[in-house]
Design a protein around this ligand. Sequence first.
Ligand code: ZN
Length: 270
Amino acid sequence: MIWSGENTLRYSRNLLVEELGEAGQERLFASSVLVVGAGGLGSPALLYLAAAGIGRIGVIDDDRVDITNLNRQVIHRADAVGRWKAESAAEGLRALRPDLEVDVYPVALTAGNAADLFRRYDAVVDGSDNFSTKYLCNDAAVVTGRPLVHAGVLRFGGQMLTVVPGAGPCLRCVIPRIPPRKDSPGCAEAGIVGAAAGVVGAWQAMEAIKLLSIAAPPQGGKLLTIDTLTNEVSCLAVVRDPSCPACGDSPRIVEPLSAAEYEPERPCPR
Ligand SMILES: [Zn+2]
């Protein structure tokens, strides 16, 4: 039963929130989310999605837990070093929510499996750590019509863009070309303070929760920049580009492209 005595207590603070209420909570129980990456962004996103009462969560990550991950990837315990992140994350989720249905994918998200995986979920959270995967997520979301919460994080801050296919721009509308590697250092080069990933990843979970529960969910078109060093948060309105190869009026990307097309510095597909 959805409303067992325990659930009434467990979600009692959600129920008090007017915009959510019982109807919104029941929508969360019935919804599913795929989280791409169980790292710095995925860890808080996964935990908050599970805690909110999402019915089914998929976690895909082809990496293993490394000791250098532990400053930020808080879903993994110290004794998980060396294990698949997807499996370690699933264990953390089940400890929090024994009734949660978890789908574990210890594999890479590829052009070959992305669309099929996205279709199994109501929304997708992109917690990946590289632009190739972010553009693959973008294209798969547009092709399948699934809302997608993008984010990236480095040092003290990050950016977030929610893509709602058919109701706003996609990542390619905002940044048409996959940035070159020299312009997109990762956490291993530039570093990251773990709590910054916590802030951005939790915000991604919030976006997904709103998309799946409230009567007036986000419509996309807002590029959020969060700097925890200066405490500055900015929100830039962005619009759909009618010539966008993914979501434009005459899209050229009708299925995820071949793997080579997601290499940095590739020109925009024509
Ligand atoms: Zn677009």
